[in-house]
Design a binder for this molecule. Structure first.
Ligand code: UDP
Length: 235
């Protein structure tokens, strides 16, 4: 395995599946757990951040007459709902997990304590970080970068529905070309939308590589962690 401790970022929106008929499509969760289990079986230490966009995003708040900060907290709570669903699925697949949140909610999860998170990882537990970093005006991408740095992960793996970073939007332009590797500087200069700027800068300044890859292709997550070419590596 090229990477021994990883931080996997999953978007909330992906949990809806293509039909979008439900907020949480359990078949997607099952599929994710099967992929994650392949890593666990190889002894990889796994931390996960999952978004909340399938339920609520702070950016939607103002149009609904809700204060932005209130909306951001609603978004953070949405991530906890997804994290709890993911936790249940992982445990059903026989993995040990801990859910740690950036907002105190002791009936359902532990508070985020860095040393404790590292200890859980060392003991082989999958650690899910819920409720973002606990502050408004941030995203779960920023949470992923920050927590990855805090727990000394080797890489941030951003699981998406496209297989990497392209010269232009591959869903609109058939002639778009995928980058296999990119430097942080190149990605910045070309204004490639890999993560929001806060998240991206945190990785760049701390020399934490990011891999954008397709989470929906079977076996891809394991491939990426082995260091095989799949997706785009930004370093
Ligand atoms: N959020 C926040 N602070 C954080 C993390 C998340 O305020 O540290 C809020 C923000 O409103 C965001 C929402 O939670 O829109 C859901 O997260 P995100 O949009 O990143 O989810 P994703 O797009 O990955 O599903």
């Amino acid at each position: 395995m090229k990477y021994k401790r990883i931080l996997l970022k999953l978007s909330g929106e992906a949990l809806q599946g293509s039909s979008k008929s439900t907020n949480i499509d359990t078949s997607i969760l099952e599929q994710y757990c099967a992929e994650i289990k392949l890593l666990k079986d190889q002894g990889v230490e796994i931390a996960i951040v999952i978004g909340g966009g399938n339920i609520f995003r702070g950016g939607q708040a103002e149009a609904l007459g809700i204060d932005r900060v209130q909306g951001d907290y609603m978004g953070m709570l949405a991530t906890v709902i997804n994290a709890m669903a993911l936790q249940s699925s992982l445990e059903r697949h026989g993995m040990y997990t801990r859910l740690m949140a950036g907002i105190k909610m002791e009936q359902v999860c532990e508070p985020f304590i860095r040393r404790r998170a590292i200890r859980h990882l060392e003991k082989g537990r999958i650690v899910i970080f819920g409720a973002g970093i606990g502050n408004p005006y941030f995203t779960t991408d920023s949470t992923a970068s920050l927590r990855a740095i805090e727990v000394q992960a080797d890489v941030v793996l951003k699981g998406t529905r496209v297989d990497g970073v392209y010269t232009k939007d591959p869903e609109k332009y058939p002639d778009a070309v995928r980058y296999k590797t990119l430097s942080f500087q190149e990605a910045y200069e070309k204004n490639l939308n890999i993560m929001d700027m806060t998240a991206f800068t945190l990785c760049m300044e701390n020399k934490l590589p990011i891999i954008v890859f397709d989470m929906n292709t079977k076996g891809n997550l394991l491939k990426v962690v082995k260091g095989e070419e799949a997706g785009t590596l930004i370093s």
